[in-house]
Design a protein around this ligand. Structure first.
Ligand code: A2P
Length: 340
């Protein structure tokens, strides 16, 4: 059978995630017939490379999607909210990396290793949502445990890289670090406090319940993706001065009895996961090891000795790749192969 050829668009192509989406389309040899690279009017006149060719960046407009089969969006929530319906109206399926559509009951929220079947629901609104970066890596590791032993409760604390905030935040960490080690004055514009040599227990806006939006995304999105509202989840999300790679300290309580050895064996046989867990040899997942590759790394797997069925672990992934661009392109690939 001749391979389908897809007309694809990337909205937010000049951003940190959009750029990685273009690289992922190349790396995964996505069957693209044509590509449209879209951004704000500020980027008109720029060119970006796709498979060796220079492609003009065009302004994202309401009529940008005529003849486009799949559009990958990573241009912020407001932009997705405004433009995704225009794309869908023109028969284009949107795979959206923002939080705009994630909790819409008519929009599937997909991690291909966990709930690929949900992609079928794309017909309802023409939109598929890509989950929050911290949620993706957590469910890749926890879903097999939930399937086999049942997870009653999750307590997670994150250590998140600045690239999750976008290009400006990468520059801010770099500029502040350089200024401080040279005893110069520095500016703080992206975050409310200095991020260099600091940790901020604050990601996204605070809500009335005292949690941040990022923390509540981890709660609500995990339940939607794992298709189980009974799981108790509580999160503390922290920004750390790391460029790429989110780390998570995760504690779970299971329904069935499970040991650290059981979890280790299960995760060693889980697609998309690599177990690195030999602490006496200083081997455990690091942000710098996760950066630039697509696996979710898990280590420090140990029994929580304070409760009967508790496990602690450390989960690390590249937030721009598996946490965003790779997951989006994986969804687009399944959509192409199985539904278009
Ligand atoms: P531009 O580069 O023209 O501003 P990041 O998250 O790394 O900051 O990237 C955000 C991406 O979203 C960029 O590609 C940016 O384009 C794009 N973007 C932001 N606002 C809009 C908008 N209103 N319309 C189209 N693209 C936008």
């Amino acid at each position: 059978m001749a391979q389908k050829k897809i007309n694809i668009a990337v909205a937010g192509a000049t951003g940190a995630v959009g750029n990685q989406m273009i690289r992922c389309l190349e790396e995964m040899n996505f069957p693209a017939n044509s590509i449209q690279l879209l951004a704000s009017s500020r980027s008109v006149g720029r060119q970006l490379r796709f498979k060796g060719d220079l492609v003009d960046v065009k302004e994202l407009k309401e009529n940008s999607f005529k003849g486009v089969d799949i559009a990958l969006f990573s241009a912020g929530g407001g932009t997705s909210e405004k433009f995704a319906p225009f794309a869908a109206k023109d028969g284009c399926v949107v795979v959206d990396n923002s939080s705009a559509w994630r909790m819409d009951p008519q929009v599937p929220l997909v991690v291909p290793e966990v709930n690929p079947h949900a992609i079928a629901q794309h017909t309802e609104k023409g939109i598929i949502a890509n989950p929050n970066c911290s949620t993706i890596q957590m469910v890749v590791a926890l879903n097999p445990i939930h399937k086999k032993y049942g997870i009653k409760r999750i307590v997670v604390s994150t250590y998140q890289a600045v690239s999750g905030t976008g290009k400006k935040a990468i520059d801010e960490l770099f500029d502040q670090t350089r200024a401080i080690i040279n005893f110069l004055n520095y500016e703080t514009s992206v975050y409310p406090h200095r991020i260099a040599f600091n940790c901020l227990p604050h990601i996204d806006a605070f809500l009335d319940n005292g949690y941040t939006k990022e923390e509540m995304k981890m709660v609500n999105e995990t339940r939607k993706i794992m298709e189980d509202d009974s799981i108790g989840i509580t999160a503390t999300t922290v920004r750390v001065p790391v460029f790429f790679g989110h780390c998570e300290s995760v504690n779970i309580e299971t329904i069935e009895s499970v040991s650290a050895a059981d979890v280790k064996m299960l995760l060693e046989n889980t697609p998309g996961v690599r177990v690195i867990d030999d602490p006496k040899k200083n081997m455990y997942p690091l942000a710098i090891d996760a950066a630039g590759q697509d696996l979710t790394l898990v280590g420090r797997i140990r029994n929580d000795e304070s409760i009967p069925n508790g496990i602690n672990m450390w989960i690390v992934a590249d937030n721009i790749r598996k946490g965003a661009a790779t997951n989006t392109v994986q969804i687009a690939r399944i959509l192409t192969d199985e539904y278009l």
